[in-house]
Design a protein around this ligand. Structure first.
Ligand code: KIV
Length: 271
C-alpha cells in the first residue's frame, strides 16, 4: 500500500507569518508544467507566473505584448504542477489599467480559469481602486513597486529606480497605500538596498526583492536567468546558479553529431 504523503500548501497567511518569524521567503518564476514541477519540488515558497514570460518564453523585448489569455495558459500549466507553492499570476499590461471593473474581470478570469492563488499588479496610488476592488472580491493581491517593467516606455530605461528623494518618497507612500488597501505582500524591483531596508521595516506585509538588496523579507528571480538559459543577460543583482544555455547547446551539438554519423540510435535504443 502506498503512503499518501500530504504536502502542506503555502498560503498568503504562511508568507505573512514568515515575515513575523523573520523567515526569508523564496520566490521564483515559472511558466510551464515541467519547470514548475522542478521548482515546486525544490522547496520554493512562491511561484510567480510572471509576465516576464513575454520576454523569456515568447522572445518579446518587453512585457507589454503578452495577453491575458496567454497568461492564463501559462498559469494553468504551473498550477497543475505546484503541489506546495503559492502560485501568483501577473495581470498583464492592458488588463487592469483602464478601470477597476476591468481589473476585477481580469483577476476573476485568472483565478477561475487557472486555479491560481493570487494576482500581482504593478503600481501604487494610481491603481488603488483596482486593487481594493479585486481584494473585496476575495482575491489576494501582491503589489509591485520600484522598476515596474510594464511602464518601461515611461521610464525609458531599466536602471535602478527611486535613487532620487522625490521618487523614494513616492515609493514610501505607495507601499503604505498597498498595505492599507490589503495587499498581502509586495515586490520591490531594482531600488537601492537602503531604501528597501527602510520600507521593509516600515510595513507589516512582506517585501520580496529583485535587485533590492538583502534586507527584503524575501527574494525573487526569473528562473530562466537564474539557471543561465538567457544568453548574455547578467545584471549585477543576478546570481546565476547554472549555465544551462551552454550545457544544452553542447548536448544539442553532440546529438546532431551522433545523428549525422549514424551513432544514434544504437542497438539498445531500438525495438
Ligand atoms: O514578471 C516577472 O517575472 C516579475 C518579476 C521580475 C518580479 O514581475
Amino acid at each position: 500500500m502506498s503512503v499518501n504523503k500530504e504536502v502542506k500548501r503555502i498560503t498568503t497567511n504562511t508568507i505573512q507569518e514568515m515575515k513575523l518569524k523573520g523567515e526569508k521567503i523564496a520566490m521564483l518564476t515559472s511558466y510551464d508544467y515541467s519547470m514548475a514541477t522542478i521548482v515546486d519540488e525544490g522547496g520554493i515558497d512562491v511561484i510567480l507566473v510572471g509576465d516576464s514570460a513575454s520576454n523569456v518564453m515568447a522572445g518579446h523585448e518587453t512585457t507589454l505584448p503578452i495577453t491575458l489569455d496567454q497568461m492564463i495558459y501559462h498559469a494553468q500549466s504551473v498550477v497543475r504542477a505546484a503541489k506546495r507553492a503559492l502560485v501568483v499570476v501577473d495581470l498583464p499590461f492592458g488588463s487592469y489599467q483602464g478601470n477597476s471593473k476591468e481589473a476585477l474581470n481580469s483577476a476573476i478570469r485568472i483565478m477561475k480559469e487557472s486555479g491560481a492563488h493570487a494576482v500581482k499588479l504593478e503600481g501604487g496610488l494610481e491603481i488603488r481602486e483596482s486593487i481594493e476592488r479585486i481584494i473585496t472580491a476575495g482575491i489576494p493581491v501582491m503589489g509591485h513597486l520600484g522598476l515596474t517593467p510594464q511602464s518601461i516606455y515611461k521610464f525609458g530605461t531599466y536602471t535602478v529606480r527611486a535613487k532620487e528623494e522625490a521618487e523614494a518618497e513616492k515609493l514610501k507612500q505607495d507601499i503604505m497605500v498597498l498595505q492599507n488597501s490589503g495587499c498581502f505582500s509586495v515586490v520591490l524591483e531594482k531600488i537601492p538596498a537602503k531604501l528597501a531596508q527602510e520600507v521593509t521595516a516600515s510595513v507589516k506585509i512582506p517585501t520580496i526583492g529583485i535587485g533590492a538588496g538583502p534586507y527584503c523579507d524575501g527574494q525573487v528571480l526569473v528562473i530562466n536567468d537564474m539557471i543561465g538559459l538567457t544568453k548574455g543577460f547578467k545584471p549585477r543583482f543576478l546570481r546565476q546558479y547554472l549555465n544551462l544555455f551552454d550545457q544544452i547547446n553542447q548536448a544539442v551539438q553532440s546529438y546532431v553529431n551522433d545523428v549525422k554519423k549514424g551513432n544514434f540510435p544504437d542497438e539498445k535504443e531500438q525495438y
